[in-house]
Write a protein that binds this ligand. Structure first.
Ligand code: SF4
Length: 482
C-alpha cells in the first residue's frame, strides 16, 4: 500500500512547527550567503546542530568571507571548529576551499557538477547548498530523509544515493526543497533513529513502520517496572572518538546506561567534556598500561555499588571488567581479551573467560545480570561473513566458540538472537578492504542476560548506522524496577 506523500509531509510540517530548525537552514535564513551555507554544511556532517552552530559562529567571526578564510592556517581552523566531528579533515577542506573557488571568481558556484569539484563536497552537501542557498530544485537526502522515506515505504532503497534517485523520480517537485529540513527536524524530535516515538506521532495509525521497533512507553510503577535502554559500544579509543562527535552521539542516543570498551585512557587523560556528560554519572576501570584496553560506564541512575575487575590481579590490571550494582540487577561491562596474532593469547583468554564466568555466576545467584561488551568471539557461522576462511583465526577458533557454547548452556541468553535469526548482522568490520561498506563483518559484541530474566528483555538490536569506531553499538531494552 502506497502512502499519500502530500498528507504525510503536511502532517510532518504541522508536527515540527515551532521545533528547532536544522542549523544550516537557520544560517541561510540569517545570512543568505552561499559561502556561509556551504561552510556550515561541511561542518555539520556527523555533528550535533548546537556544536555546528557554535563552531560556525566562531569561524565566521574570524572569516566572514573566502578572502579572510584564505588567511587562516590549518591549526587556526582546527582550533576554531573543534569539537565538530572529523574536525581535522574538515579544517583541511576549508583550507583548500579559497583556492578551489578561484576558478569561480571566488564565488560559490550554483551547479551540481561545479559544487562537486570543491574539497569536502559530496552530493548531500551540494544538494543542500543548491536548495538552501540558491533555492534551486534539488533534493538533499540526509540520513533522516533516507531512513524515514524507507520506514514509510515510499522508497525501498539501501543507500542515500538510491533514495535521492528514487525521490527525483517520484516526489512532486513542490516538496524537493523543504523535504530535507522537515524530515531532519522530524527525525530529531519524533521519528528518532533509536526508539521512534510512535506513541506521540500523528502518523501512528497510517505509517507502515517498515523495519522499526517503536519505543515502548510504560508507567513506571514498582510492580510493572520501567523500560530502560542500554547500549554497549567498543569505541576503540575514547579520545579518538571524542574528535568524531562522541558526546553528540551520546546525547542523540539518550540511553539510560552506556557501556564502553577499549577506552584506551585513564581518567586524568580525559577532557572535562568526557568526564562530565550532562545527565550521567561516569565510572572508569582503566588498564595500568597507558593507552591500552579499559572499560567505562555512563549511567543516568546512580548505582548502589561499583565493582572493578573480577578479583584477579592478572586480569584486573588490564581494565577489562566493570560492574554496577542496581537495586534489582547487576550490569556487567566486559572487554574480553583478543586471542592475538598466531593465537599467542588464546590460553590467557580462555582462562579469563573461565574466571569471568565464575564471577558472573556468583552475581547471578543474588539478582538478575546483564552482561554486555566486546566478547571478541563470533559464536556461530552465521555470525561472520567468511566462516570457512577464519576457523583458525582469533575470535573464531573452536576453543573460543566452545566457551561461548558452554557459557550459554550454563544459563545465559544471547539477547540479539531472541529477535533476529538472520545472517549479515555484524558489529565489527576491519578498517581494511572497505569491509564496512561491503558488510564483510563479524558479530562479536553482545548483550547477554541470565535465562531467569528472559521476561525482562523487551528488545535487542545492532546499530550499524552509528559510526566512529570499527565496532558499532549494540542495544538492549530491559525492564527494571529502578
Ligand atoms: S509512526 Fe513511528 S515510525 Fe512512523 S513516522 Fe511516526 S515515529 Fe516514525
Amino acid at each position: 500500500m502506497s502512502i499519500d506523500i502530500d498528507f504525510f509531509l503536511t502532517t510532518v510540517e504541522e508536527a515540527v512547527a515551532g521545533k528547532k530548525v536544522p542549523v544550516v537552514d537557520l544560517i541561510a535564513v540569517q545570512t543568505r550567503d552561499p559561502y556561509k551555507v556551504l561552510t556550515a554544511t561541511i561542518l555539520s556532517a556527523r555533528t550535533k546542530d548546537e556544536t555546528t552552530s557554535e563552531a560556525a559562529h566562531r569561524l565566521f567571526r574570524k572569516a566572514p568571507s573566502t578572502e579572510m578564510l584564505a588567511r587562516l592556517s590549518q591549526e587556526e581552523l582546527e582550533r576554531l571548529i573543534y569539537p565538530v566531528g572529523f574536525y581535522r579533515n574538515k579544517a583541511k577542506f576549508l583550507k583548500a576551499l579559497p583556492a578551489a573557488l578561484e576558478k569561480y571568481q571566488g564565488q560559490v558556484p550554483d551547479t551540481m557538477d561545479e559544487l562537486l569539484s570543491l574539497p569536502g563536497v559530496g552530493r548531500k552537501t551540494a544538494n543542500l547548498v543548491l536548495c538552501v542557498a540558491f533555492r534551486k530544485p534539488a533534493i538533499c537526502v540526509d540520513t533522516h530523509v533516507h531512513r524515514i522515506m524507507n520506514i514509510w515505504g515510499y522508497v525501498d532503497t539501501t543507500t542515500p544515493e538510491q533514495t535521492e534517485k528514487e525521490l527525483r523520480r517520484k516526489l512532486p517537485r513542490r516538496h524537493w526543497i523543504p523535504v530535507n529540513s522537515l524530515l531532519v527536524a522530524f527525525g530529531q524530535s519524533i521519528c528518532r533513529p533509536v526508539g521512534p516515538r510512535c506513541d506521540i506521532c500523528p502518523l501512528d495509525q497510517l505509517c507502515p513502520k517498515k523495519g522499526v521497533t517503536p519505543r515502548r512507553v510504560f508507567t513506571a510503577t514498582v510492580d510493572q517496572g520501567a523500560l530502560q535502554t542500554f547500549v554497549s559500544w567498543n569505541v576503540n579509543g575514547i579520545r579518538a572518538i571524542e574528535k568524531k562527535g562522541f558526546t553528540d552521539i551520546v546525547a542523540d542516543l539518550g540511553v539510560d546506561i552506556l557501556a564502553l570498551q577499549e577506552t584506551k585512557a585513564q581518567p586524568d587523560q580525559l577532557s572535562e567534556q568526557l568526564k562530565n556528560i550532562e545527565g550521567y554519572h561516569a565510572y572508569w576501570h582503566s588498564a595500568e598500561k597507558k593507552g591500552y584496553s579499559g572499560v567505562a560506564i555512563y549511567t543516568r541512575t546512580e548505582p548502589v555499588d561499583v565493582i572493578e575487575g573480577i578479583g584477579s590481579q592478572t586480569y584486573d590490571c588490564e581494565g577489562r571488567v566493570l560492574t554496577l550494582e542496581y537495586k534489582d540487577f547487576y550490569f556487567i561491562n566486559i572487554y574480553f581479551p583478543n586471542s592475538g596474532s598466531e593465537l599467542k593469547r588464546l590460553d590467557f583468554k580462555l582462562d579469563f573467560n573461565r574466571r569471568l564466568q565464575i564471577f558472573v555466576e556468583e552475581l547471578a545467584q543474588k539478582k538478575s545480570v546483564v552482561i554486555c561488551g566486546d566478547y571478541n568471539v563470533a559464536h556461530k557461522e552465521i555470525d561472520l561473513k567468511n566462516p570457512k576462511a577464519n576457523v583458525k583465526n582469533a575470535g573464531f577458533t573452536p576453543e573460543e566458540r566452545a566457551w561461548m557454547d558452554a557459557f550459554l548452556a550454563a544459563g545465559f541468553i544471547d539477547t540479539f538472537r531472541l529477535f533476529n535469526s538472520e545472517g549479515g548482522n555484524y558489529t565489527w568490520w576491519s578498517y581494511r578492504f572497505n569491509a564496512r561498506a561491503k558488510n564483510i563483518g563479524w558479530r562479536i559484541d553482545y548483550f547477554c542476560v541470565d535465562s531467569k530474566s528472559r521476561h525482562r528483555v523487551a528488545d535487542a538490536q545492532i546499530l550499524p548506522e552509528i559510526v566512529g569506531s570499527d565496532h558499532c553499538p549494540v542495544l538492549l531494552r530491559y525492564h527494571t524496577k529502578n
